[in-house]
Design a protein around this ligand. Structure first.
Ligand SMILES: O=P(O)(O)OC[C@H](O)CO
Length: 517
C-alpha cells in the first residue's frame, strides 16, 4: 500500500514536472521565435492554430501531405502514359537494378532521366490529366487538414515538393488542392524538349520567397529542420513515417475539387511490383483481348456471353429487358438512353436485349466503326441533321443514344443533350456501370481506336446493365433529359453534373475532342 502511494506521488510529481517543461517549451518557442527567428523550435505534436491570419504556412508535400513516401509510381505514370511501354520497361529495370546500392538522390535523378528525357515540353498535361488521381489517393487526411486550414485562414500557403519535380505536381496542387504558391525542383529543357536532367533544389529561391512573404512562417515537414538556420521559420512541425501509417486517407467526398475527369491507360497504382506483374501479364492480355473481340464479333450472344465469361470477363443484367415494342409510338423501334462508360455500351445493351441495335456515335474513329459488331451511325452536331438521321434510324429499329456525348470513368454523369427527347413519346433509360482492374478502356489519346481492346485486355472486365422503367417524353425536352439523367444517377448512385464533352477534352487534352475519321 505504501509503495503504491509512493508510486502515485512519484508519478504525479513527474507529470507536474513534465507538464511544466512542456508549458515552458511552448513559451520558449514563442519567446525564441520572437527574438531569434533563425532558430525555430521543432515539434512533433499537432500544431495549435489559434490565430494564423498573419502567418504563412510552408508545407512539404512529400512529408506532410502524402501518406506514402514512395514516388516511383508517379514517374512510372509519366513514363508509360507519356512515353510508352518501352520507356516504362527501361524505367522499371533501371529502378530494380539501382534499388540495392544507389543513393536516394541518384535514384531520383535516374527516374527523372528515364521518364522525361526527350519528352515534348509543349502540351505536357500529365500533371493535370493523369497524376492528380494518384496523388489524391495518397493524400493523408491529417496533413490535408493543416493545408485546408491554412488556405482558409492563413496569410499565405506555399507548397514545396523537394523530390517530385514541379512539373509533375503543379496540376494536382493548383487544380485539386487550391494551392497557388508551388515550389519544386525543375527539369532541364532544350529546344522544346525535356533534357531529363534534374536541377538541384534551390534553397535561395525558397529563402527569397519567405522574405517576400514576411511575417511568421510555420513550416510543416521534417526536411525544413535542416534549413532552419538559413530560413526564417518560426515554428517547424514534423511527423514520422510511422505516424503517417496511422493517418487516414482523404475521402473522395472531401476533395476540394472533385475528380470528375482523368486520363491514361493504367487503372492501378504502378508500384514496382505491380508494374512488373503488368508487363508479365501483357502478352496474355493481348491474346485475351483478341479472343474476346472475336467471340463478341462472330458469335451470337447466347454463345458469346458464356464463352467470354470463361475467359474471365463478367456481365450482369439487372432488371427485365423490355420485349419488342408494342404500342402506338410514332417511331418503329425503341429508343434506349444510357449513360456512357465505354465504347462498348451499345454492345452491352444489345447483349442484354439479345437482339441487334443501332448506336449513334460522334467522333468515333473509322476503325472502331469497321470492327463494331453492331451497326453504328454518325452524328454531325448539326441539330436538324441529327434529328433527321436519328428519326430515320428509329423508324427502322431499336436505337441506342448516349446523350452525354463522351465517356466518364468516375461516378459522375455529364449533362444529357436533350435531342433524343424530341424523337419519340417514350424512352427506356439504361443505367450502365463497368469495372476494370488493370487498364481503362477510354482515353483522349490519338490511339482512341485502341479503347475497346484495352477494356477487353483487363484480367476481369465487368459490365452491369440495368434496364429502367420506360419514361414518357412529355414536356420540354431539356426537362425530360434532366429527368432521365437523374433517374440513371439514382440507379447508379452517381452524382449529376452539367459538364460536357468539350469540358472534358479541354481539361484532359487541350482540344475539343474532334477525332479525325
Ligand atoms: O471516346 P469518348 O469518351 O469521347 O466517347 C466517344 C463517343 O462514344 C463517340 O460517340
Amino acid at each position: 500500500m505504501a509503495s503504491k502511494g509512493f508510486f502515485t506521488k512519484s508519478f504525479l510529481l513527474y507529470h507536474r514536472i513534465l507538464h511544466r517543461n512542456l508549458s515552458i517549451g511552448k513559451l520558449y518557442r514563442r519567446t525564441l521565435s520572437a527574438k531569434l527567428p533563425r532558430y525555430p523550435s521543432q515539434s512533433t505534436s499537432p500544431p495549435s492554430f489559434d490565430d494564423i491570419s498573419n502567418k504563412t504556412l510552408v508545407i512539404d508535400m512529400d512529408e506532410w501531405l502524402l501518406k506514402s513516401n514512395s514516388i516511383f509510381p508517379y514517374f512510372m505514370l509519366v513514363a508509360l502514359e507519356g512515353g510508352g511501354y518501352l520507356r516504362g520497361l527501361l524505367l522499371l529495370f533501371s529502378y530494380l537494378f539501382l534499388y540495392f546500392f544507389a543513393s536516394e538522390e541518384l535514384m531520383l535523378k535516374v527516374m527523372v532521366m528515364f521518364s522525361f528525357c526527350g519528352m515534348k515540353v509543349d502540351g505536357f498535361r500529365l500533371d493535370r490529366a493523369v497524376l492528380p488521381k494518384y496523388f489524391l489517393e495518397n493524400v493523408g487526411l491529417e496533413g490535408f487538414e493543416v493545408l485546408k486550414k491554412g488556405l482558409k485562414e492563413a496569410k499565405g500557403v506555399v507548397c514545396v515538393s523537394r523530390r517530385v519535380p514541379r512539373v509533375m505536381v503543379d496540376g494536382f496542387l493548383r487544380d485539386y488542392m487550391g494551392v497557388k504558391e508551388i515550389m519544386g525542383r525543375e527539369i532541364g529543357m532544350k529546344y522544346g524538349f525535356f533534357s531529363g536532367v534534374l536541377m538541384d533544389w534551390n534553397e535561395d529561391k525558397l529563402a527569397q520567397k519567405m522574405e517576400d512573404v514576411g511575417g511568421d512562417v510555420m513550416a510543416f515537414g521534417s526536411c525544413f529542420g535542416k534549413y532552419s538556420q538559413q530560413l526564417p521559420f518560426t515554428e517547424i512541425y514534423t511527423t514520422t513515417e510511422q505516424e503517417k501509417k496511422n493517418w487516414n486517407t482523404l475521402p473522395q467526398d472531401m476533395y476540394p475539387n472533385p475528380l470528375v475527369f482523368h486520363d491514361g491507360r493504367l487503372a492501378f497504382t504502378p508500384t514496382p511490383m505491380a508494374t512488373l506483374a503488368m508487363f508479365v501479364y501483357l502478352p496474355l492480355g493481348i491474346v485475351l483481348s483478341v479472343l474476346r473481340s472475336l467471340i463478341f464479333g462472330l458469335l451470337p450472344y447466347r454463345l458469346s456471353i458464356p464463352l467470354s465469361s470463361l475467359t474471365g470477363s463478367r456481365s450482369y443484367l439487372v432488371g427485365q429487358p423490355p420485349q419488342y415494342k408494342t404500342g402506338t409510338n410514332r417511331a418503329g423501334g425503341q429508343l434506349f438512353v444510357c449513360n456512357h462508360r465505354t465504347l462498348l455500351d451499345p454492345i452491352a445493351i444489345s447483349a442484354g436485349l439479345n437482339r441487334p441495335v443501332t448506336a449513334v456515335t460522334y467522333s468515333l474513329s473509322r476503325l472502331s466503326e469497321i470492327i463494331s459488331p453492331i451497326q453504328t451511325a454518325r452524328l454531325t452536331r448539326n441539330k436538324e441533321e441529327d434529328r433527321r438521321r436519328m428519326s430515320t434510324l428509329l423508324a427502322r429499329g431499336d436505337l441506342v443514344v448516349c446523350p452525354e456525348g463522351t465517356t466518364c470513368r468516375e461516378k459522375f454523369l455529364l449533362r444529357f443533350s436533350p435531342l433524343f427527347a424530341e424523337l419519340t413519346d417514350k424512352v427506356v433509360p439504361v443505367a450502365l456501370n463497368t469495372r476494370v482492374d488493370m487498364f481503362y478502356g477510354t482515353s483522349t489519346s490519338i490511339f482512341k481506336f485502341m479503347d475497346p481492346f484495352y477494356f477487353l485486355m483487363n484480367p476481369r472486365p465487368e459490365y452491369w446493365v440495368e434496364f429502367l422503367e420506360k419514361v414518357p417524353t412529355e414536356g420540354r425536352s431539356i426537362d425530360v433529359a434532366n429527368g432521365i439523367q437523374r433517374k440513371i444517377g439514382e440507379a447508379l448512385g452517381f452524382e449529376l453534373t452539367v459538364l460536357t464533352r468539350k469540358d472534358k477534352y479541354m481539361m484532359l487534352a487541350g482540344n475539343e475532342g474532334i477525332v479525325k475519321a
